[in-house]
Design a protein around this ligand. Structure first.
Ligand code: SF4
Length: 106
């Protein structure tokens, strides 16, 4: 299952994390929702592959710990989403389609 590109219409903003939005539902530790809006990462799909951290030319992503999450113990957090230059590399390299980027959604 890929990230829902209409998440901003289908989900509710439930929190703020390090300056970016968190879209629910969130039920820690098993369900963590979507982090970010312009650069959105579905934490419940992310398997901590790390390709986005390696490939992003402007270092948008940072690891955050996600102990006891069923998919992975770390997540790629779009901590610096305001720096995104819309190159779409992260969307292309993510093996589980956990990332969606849309400048119009910022
Ligand atoms: S679209 Fe490009 S610049 Fe934006 S977060 Fe993804 S890899 Fe980084």
């Amino acid at each position: 299952m890929a990230i829902d590109p209409q998440f901003h219409e289908n989900r509710e903003k439930v929190d703020d994390h390090e300056g970016h939005d968190v879209w629910g539902p969130v039920e820690e530790p098993e369900q963590l929702g979507i982090h970010g809006t312009h650069v959105a990462v579905d934490f419940d799909i992310c398997i901590a592959d790390g390709a986005c951290l390696e490939d992003c030319p402007v270092d948008v992503f940072e690891w955050v710990d996600s102990p006891d999450h069923p998919e992975s113990e770390q997540k790629a957090d779009p901590a610096n989403e305001a720096q995104c230059i819309d190159c779409m590399l992260c969307v292309d390299v993510c093996p589980v389609d956990a990332i969606d980027v849309d400048a119009g959604r910022a």
